[in-house]
Design a protein around this ligand. Structure first.
Ligand code: BG6
Ligand code: MG
Length: 214
């Protein structure tokens, strides 16, 4: 029996994954690197510094830590600019209803995002009170695909890993959920998320009646 559902944020609840992409693309172009959607799949769910290292490795560029930290900060300042205009209406269709329906079934609901900006995004969306626990990138030491973030969320929710179902749009996130011993719904395409127990196109497509048969 699923006792808790843990949602990723970027790309599962709102299309902030797009803002991460355009900010990284802008930074990559400064190094003559053309970031493609295929490259971007490698960045989803991955921490800011690790994402930067992946991008620099595409151009065989090696830089000292101090300079990499400045670049990561630059990308983040653009991302923050982009997200400031997001509004609750931009939450993906059906997500608020899904969370309400889960809560009505006494299923606990958590958020587990690798993003250090997750608290700001959740604040802008006005949905903080919908979650029993909120885990963000400031609370973990190892980013997805490490299972740390989901194990911490389960612990905070007071349930075991096998009682949890995770919603993820990132390959690294699906791997993290499975490594945690949880079931995982992949939101997106089979090409990237083939390891997930179920794949749906949009978060709002999930049929809550099927929750214990995944
Ligand atoms: C994840 C995103 O949610 O957060 C990644 O999928 C992003 O693309 C990561 O790099 C870290 O985000 P932030 O906001 O801390 O730079
Ligand atoms: Mg995501």
């Amino acid at each position: 029996m699923i006792k808790a559902v843990i949602f990723d944020l970027d790309g599962v609840i709102i299309d902030t994954a797009h803002y991460h992409y355009i900010a990284w693309k802008r930074l990559a172009s400064e190094f003559g690197i053309t970031l493609t959607p295929a490259h971007n799949e490698l960045l989803k769910g991955v921490s800011r510094m690790h994402s930067l290292d992946i991008i620099l490795s595409l151009g065989n560029i090696e830089l000292p830590l101090e300079q990499r930290e400045q670049l990561a900060e630059k990308k983040n300042s653009w991302f923050i600019e982009y997200i400031e205009s997001i509004r609750p209406e931009e939450i993906f269709p059906g997500v608020v209803e899904l969370i309400m329906n889960l809560r009505a079934k006494n299923i606990r609901v958590g958020l587990a995002s690798s993003s250090k900006n997750a608290p700001r995004v959740i604040e802008l969306l006005g949905i903080a009170t919908q979650f029993d626990t909120l885990i963000d990138g400031t609370m973990i030491t190892r980013s997805k695909p490490d299972p740390e973030i989901f194990l911490l969320a389960a612990h905070k929710l007071g349930v075991g890993p096998s009682d949890c179902l995770v919603f993820e749009d990132a390959e690294a996130g699906v791997e993290a959920a499975l490594a945690a011993g949880m079931k995982c719904v992949g939101v997106g395409s089979k090409d990237q998320l083939g390891k997930a127990n179920l794949i749906i196109k949009n978060t709002g497509d999930f049929n809550i009646q099927s929750i214990n048969t995944i």
